[in-house]
Design a binder for this molecule. Structure first.
Ligand SMILES: [Zn+2]
Ligand SMILES: [Zn+2]
Length: 176
């Protein structure tokens, strides 16, 4: 962007550093411009997965969360692309925008429910449930190895490994 382009936020004379859907804005007002779009709500209806058809709004909520919560290290590994491309079941009731997203730690498909507060920029995972798992469960409901039944599993987001047989799963990088 040319250095003589000024931020078009009312009253601001700083150099514009980025664009927000047709506006040229400085870093500070990028967040305000994104928030303005998100607060207005998406144009048009949600589809049957609860995703707004308004791609500008979806792009803006991802960038807004990235510029605030994720920038502070609070995104739980989410990125603007993951939020915009894979979020579903959006519920927009100001000041909250809530959505669900599937995550894929090794051995599991989990559904997380996130809430972003448009007034405070707080972003938190309100709940998480397991949708599917490659692992088994024993008679007490404990997660166990699907091959040998052992509960001696080492489980991290990146890997599940049985300590008593060769069973193991790595997380799928393409989906994480
Ligand atoms: Zn500005
Ligand atoms: Zn095993």
């Amino acid at each position: 962007m040319q250095s003589d382009v000024r931020c078009d936020w009312p009253g601001c004379t700083d150099v514009a550093t980025t664009r927000v859907h047709g506006r040229t804005v400085c870093c500070l007002h990028m967040v305000d411009a994104l928030r303005e779009i998100v607060k207005k709500g998406p144009n048009g209806p949600l589809d049957n997965e609860g995703r707004p058809s308004d791609s500008q709004w979806l792009n803006s909520i991802g960038r807004l969360i990235a510029a605030t919560a994720i920038e502070r290290g609070e995104g739980g590994g989410l990125t603007p692309a993951k939020i915009s491309d894979r979020g579903y079941d959006f519920q927009i009731s100001p000041p909250y925008v809530r959505f669900s997203i599937e995550r894929h730690p090794a051995g599991f498909v989990n559904e997380q429910h996130w809430a972003f507060n448009l007034d405070t920029d707080e972003f938190c995972c309100e709940s998480e449930k397991t949708l599917r798992s490659d692992l088994g469960t024993d008679e007490n409901g404990r997660v166990c190895c699907p091959d040998c039944g052992s509960v001696e599993l080492v489980i991290t987001p990146g890997e599940v490994r049985c300590q008593e047989c060769p069973f193991g799963r790595l997380h799928e990088h393409s989906l994480q």
